[in-house]
Design a protein around this ligand. Structure first.
Ligand code: ZN
Length: 147
């Protein structure tokens, strides 16, 4: 097996194995955290059935949205999708592209799992996810505001 990057070692030890969905969730949470470095909330629409719900653990590790802090909510749905919000109400919706999800589900099995997960880890975010960002229009951010 190839050497894993440190963050994937940590992810594996947290989650128990390194499957595609925990890695994809990790990447989603990381994108959200980069956008919202302050207080952040997550809603995840996977439901609670593995392997899809493994996404939730990846998101918890990288986004700092955790069950213990009650700033993540897992909803029913069966979607590889989550939205993230900051305190102002700015919102980032991230969904796994359909063709990637089809591929992941088609190849889902324990054999070669880490290799496939590592491959997904190394892919560009924009090749994996559709992202929709809605920023709240606050007065302090408008260009016509007070100097
Ligand atoms: Zn898993």
């Amino acid at each position: 097996m190839q050497d894993l990057p440190l963050e994937l070692h940590i992810l594996k030890s947290f989650h128990g194995h390194l499957g595609p969905y925990v890695v994809l969730g990790y990447k989603m949470g990381k994108m959200a955290r980069e956008r919202f470095p302050e207080k952040i909330y997550a809603n995840v629409y996977t439901g609670n059935k593995p392997p899809l719900s493994c996404l939730v653990d990846g998101i918890q590790l990288s986004s700092s949205c955790t069950l213990g802090k009650d700033n993540i909510t897992v909803h029913k749905g069966g979607f590889a999708m989550a939205n993230f919000m900051d305190e102002a109400g700015n919102k980032m919706v991230i969904e796994l592209k359909k063709e990637i999800r089809d591929k992941v589900d088609r190849e889902m099995s324990k054999v070669g799992e880490e290799e496939r997960s590592l491959e997904l880890f190394r892919m560009e975010d924009e090749d994996l996810f559709d992202v929709n960002l809605t920023m709240v229009n606050r007065p302090s951010q408008t260009s016509t505001g007070r100097r």
